[in-house]
Write a protein of this length. Structure first.
Length: 183
């Protein structure tokens, strides 16, 4: 059965089709939620709520983007809602998902070779929430500023500003002192 057919069956409340769609996307959406929340069980809860939300709002999905991208946005929003409600820190990043940060001034944002992925994870966790969320959405999830502004309910300019400030704070946190230890 084609994905479009499965989605149409889900819109008709076909439980078998819903289970098929759930099985197809469950693991990937769990990984997304796990990046934002600390606990495995909490990430599972976020994913469950996201799927419930997606199935109840499936009539709003019109295939302007892939179903996976549409669902991912719901998972990210549910994760952020969960964090706001619980005031929890963002979870560790997966090394695979870190990428070089592009800035307006430099073509690439590079860090000292002595800095480890764990150092980057710890530095991101120390950022204030408003910078942390934008940095995570931009660097890890790959959203652009327009999408980030929609997700967080901020202006496009605020997204750019918070990303710029977040990157600057990350660079400060990752600077190596003269004696070799980090701040």
């Amino acid at each position: 059965m084609l994905q479009a057919d499965i989605i149409e069956q889900c819109k008709k409340n076909n439980r078998k089709a819903q289970m098929q769609l759930y099985n197809q996307y469950c693991q990937g959406m769990y990984i997304v939620a796990k990046r934002f929340v600390k606990d495995s069980a909490e990430a599972e809860d976020v994913v469950q709520e996201a799927f419930i939300n997606a199935f109840t709002r499936l009539h709003q999905y019109h295939a302007e983007v892939t179903f996976g991208a549409w669902l991912k946005r719901i998972v990210v929003n549910k994760s952020l809602d969960f964090l706001k409600a619980r005031k929890q820190e963002l979870v560790e990043l997966n090394e695979v998902h870190l990428k070089v940060v592009e800035t307006e001034k430099d073509s690439k944002w590079l860090v000292d070779d002595a800095i480890t992925v764990n150092d980057v994870k710890l530095a991101i966790a120390k950022l204030p929430d408003k910078y942390q969320y934008v940095v995570m959405l931009y660097l890890i999830e790959g959203y652009d500023h327009e999408e980030i502004s929609e997700i967080l309910g901020i202006s496009n300019v605020s997204s750019r500003t918070q990303l710029s400030r977040g990157k600057r704070k990350l660079q400060e946190l990752l600077k190596v002192k003269k004696n070799g230890s980090r701040y």
